[in-house]
Design a protein around this ligand. Sequence first.
Ligand SMILES: O=P(O)(O)OC[C@H]1O[C@](O)(CO)[C@@H](O)[C@@H]1O
Length: 503
Amino acid sequence: MNETASLWTALEKLPRPTLAELFDAGDRLDLLAETLELPGGPIRFDWSKTHLDRPVIDGFLRLCEKVGLDQSRAALFSGAIVNVTEHRAAGHTAQRGEGDEAMVEEAAALHARTRLLVEAIHDGVLGEMRSLIHIGIGGSALGPALAIDALARDNPRIAVHVVSNIDGCALEAAFAQCDPAHTLIAVASKTFTTTETLTNAASALEWLREGGIGDPYGQVVALTAAPEKAVQWGVDETRVLPFPEDVGGRYSLWSSIGFPIALAIGWDGFKAFLEGAAAMDRHFRDTEWERNLPARAAFADLYYAQVRSCETRAVFAYDERLRLLPSYLQQLEMESNGKRVTADGEPLDRPSAPITWGGVGTDAQHAVFQLLHQGTHLVPVDFIAVTMSGDALDPAHHRTLLANCFAQGAALMTGKAGDDSARSYPGDRPSATILLDDLEPATLGALIAFHEHRTFVSAKLLGINPFDQFGVELGKEIAKAIEKGNASFDSSTAALLEAAGLT
Ligand SMILES: O=P(O)(O)OC[C@H]1O[C@](O)(CO)[C@@H](O)[C@@H]1O
């Protein structure tokens, strides 16, 4: 057995005290709950209701040392080639001002260009623009959709409709809310080759034309790492906002892909969003692993997935404004770490990332929490809540929302004996709670960056490259072959094609 494998085995062999025993044994808050002061307000990270304890943390610290996590973190921030399969650096921290100097300078120059266009649009240089249809998919859509839904619910500077699905119903729903004369189209695609995005973009151009716009390209902005392709497609160079190739799709909302966020909340808000993320970068870069919050979260994630065989982890946003966070995190975590080989191309000899799923509190309580409390699966849960309410209604709404959030964590942990087994709750079920004081651009930025670094630590402790995503390619190839009608298929697929009239 190699040394890394024996460190995992050592973790598996550690005693497994219950949460109740852990709380009886010592000060859990001192060990595992911390409030980070950040631009935009504090965020409390409480991992005390997980099974992390001194021996488990020490086991992970030994693993960090063995895999060279210090060096991996330094490489991430230095602009070294950390995405080894694609021979690229990972440039997302540079986008918010942390990392290699040349990369940070390049990012600042590109942001200056984005800012000019955003402010020109706000000043009416392109006419009276009231809406933006933002067309993109995956990392080119999920981040903007989350940030805009979280931060620009009331009085956005410009109303943004994010469309990703190639199903025309999605684009039609956006058209129904917009007037072609007052609508911009953003085509967001890192590669500028994605079928869904280019098909939707072509239909959006047609919609502008049919709406009487003589020069529809005059209302199109492109956000891409392949600017030459956008120009070739017809977008005027002055409205192409490039970003560097080394910024991964699911890490790209900090780049020009964030254009719709800036358009909705204003440039100062977008800048604060970047600054909040940069503050989390500094915490991650400068804090020893023992008290490093993204690393601590990764230790818990790995402990449950690897040692306790949990196949999923759930995230519940106890704030309507963060309802899109679970789907954002699904791409971040599953596209980054859902891999069966290591960065060296060797088979991974243990489970990869668990399945991330979740929903919004309190809705999820009345739908899926039965399984969390009494099902046979052990599911580690993250609760994310905000102390300051986002609504202007009777404060009873928010009080009850928060009370429910904290009640769920307590109930999962303590359980309760009932009159019979159907009415009993076993308890000892783990959860972590992230409590933002306020939901501001800066705190949202920090929250997202926290999850990026958490994912990075998990990847490195497993030996995975979190920055590629070859797993999505095969399905795309087959879909293209189906469209071209030049491939033969198994009998099931062939019958489905025939039934749907695709042959
Ligand atoms: O921005 P693009 O190049 O259109 O790609 C969109 C998404 O497609 C993926 O490549 C997966 O198919 C994601 O990683 C990416 O975020």
